[in-house]
Structure formats: structure tokens, C-alpha cells
Design a protein around this ligand. Sequence first.
Ligand code: BV8
Ligand code: ZN
Length: 252
Amino acid sequence: MTGIQACGDYLQAAKQIAVLTGAGVSKESGIPTFRDAMEGLWTKFDPTQLATRRAFDANPKQVWDFYEYRRELMRPAQPNPGHFALAALQKRFPTLRIITQNIDDLHERAGSTDVIRLHGKISQNKCIANCQGDPTLVDVSQLTWDKSSGPPACPQCGQYVRPDVVWYGEMLPHTQLERAKALLEITDVIMVVGTSGLVSPSAEMPRRVKEHGGVVIEVNPDYSMITRIANLKLEGASGVMLPQVVVALGDK
Ligand code: BV8
Ligand code: ZN
């Protein structure tokens, strides 16, 4: 029996399937993973140092420009076969839910629904003070400001506008984290796709499932922090492996 067939059998027998995705699932859409070398002027920066409140407070323009650069990188990106395969699996197994660390919107654009987003959305911005409630989203396309000066001011309170993403050292959105925890409690098969398993608390989630007797399936071309606890590893790109799982399930 191949790994693909074994994966299909695990999914078929599952009572509740969760999928945890990371930057690797968007790699074949042309979005560099978080730990890929950054191109151009950003090569000398460590993203984990820039993706912090401290960096923003110290130099709002630098951090704002870092996100504008990444938004530019992401603009042409389209969902890839891996995203579409996950949407197909959710059609086949309607209670399947995706928990994503990614800040792009490719899962939703591929047709996945009810995605649990742990780290926010790079396409959205919010008032740094959440002056009208958490979050106070700000549509910057309606604002005019000197774009070379960095972030605009919140139209309500005048404080800075920032990307609606979770920075290192910041708590994850409470409702999303609670939804993820509740899902994991009833999950008996978790597929972990395209994550190095380096960032917490998402990195601990597969272990939670394992601890209460669940099965961990990893889809990743490389070794990761998840590999050591995986019951099954599909060693390869998600855009190649996941469509094969959908085909293997097709005639069952
Ligand atoms: C928190 C949004 C409580 C921003 C992101 C010391 C001091 C302070 C904090 C900590 C500390 N030690 C640990 C922490 C906690 C910290 C953390 O985990 N740090 C790490 C660096 C050690 N976590 C936090 O701070 C979190 N908050 O814990 O709150 C708290 C509060 C205060 C103090 C302590 C605790 C908040 C974490 C959220 C950070 N924000 N993103 C932005 O993007 O700009 S995380 C960022 O990394 C991305 O969202 C990304 O998704 C995520 C994880 O990375 P991966 O997705 O795994 O991507 P990566 O590049 O690493 O790996 C890609 C994988 O894909 C690889 O394995 C590769 O092999 C594979 N791949 C490649 N191609 C393919 C593929 N797979 C499949 N198919 C392919 N084709
Ligand atoms: Zn405000």
C-alpha cells in the first residue's frame, strides 16, 4: 500500500479531520515561505525581527514598507492544486476544517470555507489602538496620505494604522484560538501541510491530537519539527501530493 492510499484510508476512517497549514502550502503559488531567503532590499532583514510590535514602534515606516513589499509579492498569487485539493477534501468530508498560520487568502479563494485564521490577514489593516473595538479595521484604499512616509493615520483617532496580522510576542486572536482548541479536542486525524513547526502555539497543535490518541499525517518535502511525531509522512510538495489523495479517494 502506498502512502497516498494509507492517507486516504486514515481520512475515510476519521470521525473528525483537521488540517493545519503553513507557508509551504502557498509556495507553489509563488509566495516565498516565511523562512525562505527574502529578495532584494529585504535580504539583510530577519522577518521575525521585523514582524514585531517593537520594530513597528521603533520604525513604523520600515515595518509598513516591509508589509507593502510582501503584499506586492502576494498580489499575483493564485491558489495552487494543493489549495484546491483541500477544498475538494472539505466537500468530501464536510466537517473537515482548516486551521491556517498563513496570512494570504488562497484557501478561501480555492473554495475552502470556515477557515480558522491564527495569524490574521495581510490584505487587511487596522488601527494600532483598536480605538473602535478589536479589531478596528481601516480600509486604506479610502485614505489619502504621503505613501513615502509610511503608514497612514487612523481616521477615527489619528494613531497609526498597522497590518491586521499577529506579530511575534502578540497573542493570537482569542476567538480563532478558542475555535482551534475546540476543534482539536474532537479531532482524530490531523493533516499538517507545509509548516516547519517552529512557531507556537500552532506548532503544539498536532501534538495535542497525538496526545489523545489521534493520527498525525504530514505533507512536506523536507524534515520538520512535525516529522518526528507523524504517523504517516507524504514526502513531497502539497500541490503534488494532495491531488493524488483526492484521486485515491475518488472511487471509494
Ligand atoms: C504567542 C504573521 C503568546 C506575521 C506570524 C521568545 C520570546 C517571545 C516569544 C516567543 C519566544 N519563544 C517562542 C515564542 C513564541 C513565538 C514563537 O513561536 N517564536 C518562534 C520564532 C520561536 N510565538 C509568538 O510570539 C506567537 N504569540 O506565542 O503569544 C506570547 C506572548 C508574549 C510572549 C510569549 C508568548 C505569535 C506567532 C505569530 C507570528 N506571526 N505570521 C507575518 O507573517 O509577517 S508567524 C509566520 O511563521 C507565518 O505566519 C508562518 O506561517 C509562520 C510559521 O512558519 P511556517 O508557516 O511553518 O513557514 P516556514 O517558512 O517556517 O516553513 C515552511 C515549510 O513548508 C517548511 O517546512 C518547508 O519544508 C515546507 N514547504 C516548502 N515548500 C513546500 C512545503 N510544504 C509543502 N509543499 C511545498 N511545496
Ligand atoms: Zn483609531
